[in-house]
Ligand binder design. Structure first.
Ligand code: ADP
Ligand code: MG
Length: 631
């Protein structure tokens, strides 16, 4: 059990005040001394609440729980003085239990925060660089420049994203992706920061700065996530705005009206009884359980999701995710691997190798999966040829000047644009065709094909099972390919040959078709050509490992390991979290109302009130922590 300094201090205060109060029961002190000793105990346990209450008044903040506690306890003391009963224990007990509740809450919040940061303890504070004498030197990862070769030893975390240049090993990626099976890497493979090197020594050439590396980005996202409030959290703020004044007015009415009524009807007013009931009423009314458990639930839910490799950027998105009815997918890189293989080359005026050579050159700088695949298919790409004036046209392809010739590589739309006459490929009707034109003249095409990800079909089925009504695929690829993939995966609707702006329009149309705003639409993409759609949808989900940085910025939810199955995991976690939040809201409000009514009729005294309050809070907090654990 780890407890921080402040928690230790507060625990000591609670114990000291409790011990003093018990001791005072048995000590034969009376009069002013007795009062002073009780007050000392009261102040030891409650001084910070009194200060907070006072500051609240000074800053004209709406009534908060500190003020409620202060009024109730000072009132109880005043009553004890007035009645000369000398019974100050009650006021101290109220403060004591309140503080115990607060302590428990801070412990629980601290614990889940710690859990999250433990889990997110993915950014190591050093990187190893090989010094000239062959010794390893530990340096601040912030100072490592892109292109530096760092050494990652077994047992260490990869500090910075990069490419393995030497060595082979397996990596534990669980902290980032939730995937428990280690990933084997060897020279040429990309590694992301935050993974633990399990076996061999790796030399990694860094491709990013530390601050831009995956681990740093993930940490940043998690930190920001807790600052975005959900509607349920805002609900509390609104609720408190109405609730607290209502409670205070009711308490006043309870203190004044019955005695006045009794006076008027000729009876004894019984001021003490009614003031006491009003004070009890105030103590009961404290909405601690709600105030604490709701943010905690979301916090725990976000933590639980990140354990599974799903980064949710804020509580509000967790709430939206739970209401998803339509999921729209991008095809390439999202449902398919985005690793195209060249299946055929049909040149018109040159040999196959020349055609591939030209295409790979044009794609030299593109980040599109097609480009990566072409470069892989033509490994000698980085030769002396001059590649200039590269222009990437989203949804079309790329044009560039290669050794002076204007070469265009892309789909039929691009060919129309550059005025090249092409014919459809007869042999490969449902493959993705890359046409190539040189100086506006058709030069042939390359047939490439992509395979669907292993979990895609399962992901669609899992979403359907969890209550998602509609699954849609949007793609810039040709119809034949789109329909083959959609058929394989069991998608409800498919739209093909879309430009990026068409995708936005389609999503808007789908948004317009739904019966109510509450039926949320999520868009899942890798961000290559679809960052605008990611931000247009109710929830944008990006593929984190392969996706572009722009996508990760634009998205609300990031899937760290690019596995579409994680979308249904995320939906499930969000539903569970929201269910728990609602349980807590009803439970807390229900118990509160019952206690308030009992208090008003004098059935419940202050002790009862405080037990109810702390009890509800502890149960609600325990319930909230369940959000962290998924099945
Ligand atoms: P998707 O919607 O399947 O992710 P994109 O919108 O990224 O597809 O691209 C749509 C189409 O545009 C591709 O199928 C391809 O024909 C063409 N295209 C886009 N970028 C490139 C590129 N860099 N090189 C060649 N063709 C491209
Ligand atoms: Mg795409």
């Amino acid at each position: 059990m780890t407890v921080n300094k402040k928690q230790k201090k507060n625990l000591a205060r609670i114990i000291a005040a409790a011990a003093m109060t018990v001791a005072l029961h048995f000590l034969p002190v009376t009069g002013a001394a007795r009062f002073a000793l009780y007050m000392a105990a009261y102040l030891i346990v409650g001084y910070d609440i009194l200060i907070k209450a006072f500051q609240g008044i000074k800053n004209r903040q709406p009534l908060d729980e500190s003020l409620l506690m202060a009024i109730a306890t000072i009132g109880a003391i005043a009553l004890a003085l007035y009645e000369k009963s000398g019974n100050y224990t009650e006021a101290i007990a109220v403060m004591l239990f309140y503080q115990i509740g607060e302590w428990f809450q801070s412990y629980a919040v601290g614990k889940s925060r710690r859990n999250i940061s433990e889990l997110m303890d993915i950014a190591p504070d050093y990187a190893n660089i090989e010094a000239e004498n062959g010794q390893l030197e530990q340096v601040d990862p912030d100072d490592v420049e892109i292109g530096t070769v760092i050494v990652v030893q077994p047992g260490e975390r990869v500090p910075i994203d990069g490419v393995v240049v030497d060595g082979s090993s397996s990596l534990n990626t669980a902290a980032l992706t939730g995937e428990s099976v280690p990933r084997d890497v060897a020279a040429g493979d990309e590694v992301i920061s935050g993974c633990i090197n399990l076996s061999g020594v790796l030399r990694v050439e860094t491709t990013k700065e530390f601050g831009e590396s995956t681990a740093s980005k993930v940490l940043e996202l998690i930190e920001e996530a807790s600052s975005r409030k959900s509607r349920s959290e805002n609900f509390i703020t609104r609720f408190a705005r109405v609730y607290t004044p209502a409670v205070v007015i009711s308490a006043l009415a309870l203190a004044l009206l019955p005695p006045l009524f009794l006076l008027l009807t000729g009876g004894a007013p019984m001021w003490e009884t009614w003031v006491y009931r009003a004070l009890t009423f105030l103590v009961i009314s404290c909405p601690c359980a709600l105030v604490v458990s709701i943010p905690l639930s979301f916090f725990a839910g976000i933590g639980g999701a990140s354990r599974q490799g799903v980064l949710v950027k804020g509580s509000n998105y967790l709430e939206l995710l739970s209401e998803v009815k339509t999921v729209v997918f991008d095809k390439t890189g999202t449902l398919t691997k985005g690793v195209f293989e060249v299946t055929a080359i049909h040149p018109e005026r040159m040999d196959e190798r020349q055609l591939l050579h030209l295409a790979a050159h044009v794609e030299r700088y593109s980040k599109h999966p097609i480009a990566n695949s072409l470069r892989a298919a033509y490994p000698d790409e980085a030769d002396e040829c001059a590649v200039e004036d590269v222009e990437e046209i989203a949804g079309h392809g790329v044009t560039a000047r290669v050794n002076g010739d204007v070469v265009a590589v892309g789909n039929g739309k691009l060919m129309d644009k550059v005025g090249a006459v092409f014919q459809a490929c007869e042999k490969h009707k449902d493959g993705t065709i890359l046409h190539v034109a040189v100086n506006g003249e058709y030069a042939g095409h390359i047939v490439i094909s992509d395979v669907v990800k292993p979990h895609s079909a399962q992901a669609i089925a899992a979403l359907k099972k969890s209550g998602v009504r509609q699954t849609v695929m949007l793609t810039g690829d040709v119809k034949a390919v789109a329909e083959r993939v959609a058929g394989e995966l069991g998608l409800d609707q498919v739209y093909s040959e879309l430009l990026p702006q068409d995708k936005v329009a389609k999503v808007e149309a789908l948004l317009g078709q739904r019966a109510s705003e509450k039926e949320r639409l999520a868009f899942v993409g890798d961000g290559i050509n679809d960052a605008p759609v990611l931000s247009r949808a109710d929830i944008g989900v990006a593929m984190g490992a392969m996706g572009s940085d722009a996508a990760i910025e634009a998205a609300d939810v990031v899937l760290m390991d690019d596995d579409p199955l994680k979308i249904s995991t995320a939906v499930r976690i969000s539903r569970k979290c929201l269910r728990i939040v609602k349980e807590n809201i009803w439970f807390a409000i229900g118990v509160k109302l019952a206690c308030l009514i009992l208090g008003a009729f004098g059935v419940a005294n202050m002790w009862f009130a405080i037990f109810a309050d702390v009890g509800v809070m502890i149960l609600a907090v325990l319930n909230a922590i369940r959000c962290m654990f998924n099945e």
